[in-house]
Ligand binder design. Structure first.
Ligand SMILES: C[S@@+](CC[C@H](N)C(=O)[O-])C[C@H]1O[C@@H](n2cnc3c(N)ncnc32)[C@H](O)[C@@H]1O
Length: 384
């Protein structure tokens, strides 16, 4: 059976290709009908993903590594119903996550199962933990059909509040979200901050600035710049703490507020970092217009986002996965660079620079687009 993937458009090499040229997640082209039937059952069933998530939540792999190698011991450690846990374990053995026998003390994680260890660097356990922000939100995928029918997010229907309001109100979800996202904040924010030219900036307004990680990075690269961060109350409190601890509170003000309302400061640089993808075109346009109102004459809007390089065949699995999460969690969407530029044009902005001016490569497929106000068209000679 060949494992060569279908060639990507224009024969470009995909970012997600393995060294041997195969693409994870793309089904090999020459599977038998029987293989395809099995594949669809693996892709389409909800039982296995939920079983894996329950295993992650109960930390079964850590308990197994700690010597709880029977179902009875595992049930005692996890406070679960032993006969029912045995049924879960049977499915995890069949699907190759665990191996051995739950009765005779030989139960253990497979190489695949070891990825669910809490200390595994890939952090899969935390992502799949049903008490964690992402797996908790993923449960709203039960409403994907409605989301596809209406274009509206499913999260609020399940949890009673929009995603960000829920996170702002629930500290444990917010902590889990920050832990999952803050893979390496220095790497994540220092590179974009350093790649921008701050020489003409006196005041930066970070709109939906989260816990202040980006402004802290700006402070490291441009010590003269002062700023304001506007956020919902939960993250705003975190940003305030961060700036106080770093001795930056005299340079960066934090304001509780919504970016759908008039913004609290006028600035020569307004930043929208990983905000637009959370919103529908309609809502994103409102936010962009608020940013435009907050721009000093001659100022710039910096949009830091994840670049979806649609069409070049790269990173399609993760990009579409993120896109559907944006839909279900928040009604948002992953946009291509051109889509962001078109949306910004609707708010009266034109692209002035791209990628920052520095030479540092941006991590994680980040993109930077710098916009300025579009020139107001002068009346033509005929019209005068
Ligand atoms: C994906 S996070 C990005 C945070 C930060 N800009 C960064 O790059 O790390 C989106 C942020 O938007 C904030 N947010 C959501 N709705 C908001 C609103 N109506 N007004 C202000 N901030 C909001 C959320 O609290 C969250 O911190």
């Amino acid at each position: 059976m060949s494992t060569t993937p279908p060639a990507g458009p224009a024969g470009r090499t995909s970012e997600t290709e393995r060294a041997d040229g195969t693409v994870p997640f793309a089904p090999p082209p020459d599977l038998t009908d029987q293989d395809l039937d099995v594949l669809l059952k693996q892709l389409g069933n909800l039982v296995t993903p939920m079983a894996v998530r329950v295993a992650a939540t109960l930390r079964l792999v850590d308990h197994l590594r700690d010597g709880a190698t029977t179902v009875a011991l595992l049930a005692a450690r996890t406070g679960t119903h032993a006969p029912t846990l045995a049924r879960l374990v049977r499915h995890l053995v069949v699907t190759g996550v665990l191996e051995g026998d739950g009765e005779d003390g030989t139960l253990r994680p497979t190489r695949l199962g070891l990825l669910l260890a809490d200390d595994h660097p890939a952090q899969q356990r935390a992502w799949l933990d049903l008490h964690g922000a992402i797996a908790h939100a993923d449960l709203a995928f039960a409403g994907l059909l409605d989301a596809v029918r209406t274009g509206r997010p499913a999260y609020q229907g399940r949890y009673g509040r929009p995603f960000w309001e829920d996170l702002s109100a629930k500290q444990e979800l917010a902590d889990s979200f920050d832990a999952l996202m803050s893979c390496d904040e220095d790497l994540a924010y220092d590179a974009p901050a350093a790649s921008l030219d701050w020489t003409a900036t006196r005041h930066v307004l970070d709109v939906g600035g989260g816990n202040g990680a980006l402004l802290a990075a700006v402070a490291r690269t441009a010590p003269e710049v002062r700023g304001t961060l506007v956020e919902l109350p939960g993250p705003a409190a975190q940003a305030r703490r961060r700036f106080a601890e770093a001795g930056l509170d005299d340079r960066f003000a934090v304001v509780d507020g919504s970016f759908f309302d008039p913004l609290p400061a006028i600035a020569d640089t307004v930043v929208l970092s990983f905000v637009l993808l959370n919103w529908s075109d309609e809502d994103a346009l409102v936010v962009l217009r608020r940013c435009v109102e907050a721009l000093e004459p001659g100022g710039r809007l910096v949009v830091l986002d994840r670049a979806d390089r649609a069409g070049d065949g790269s990173d399609r699995f993760f990009s579409t996965l993120l896109d559907l999460r944006m839909l279900v969690f928040m009604g948002g969407r992953v946009r291509t660079r051109d889509e962001v530029i078109r949306l910004a044009a609707d708010a009266g902005l034109v692209l002035a620079a791209e990628g920052g001016s520095g030479s540092r490569t941006l991590p994680f497929g980040f993109s930077i687009l710098e916009f300025v106000l579009a020139p107001v068209p002068t009346p033509s000679a005929k019209e005068k």
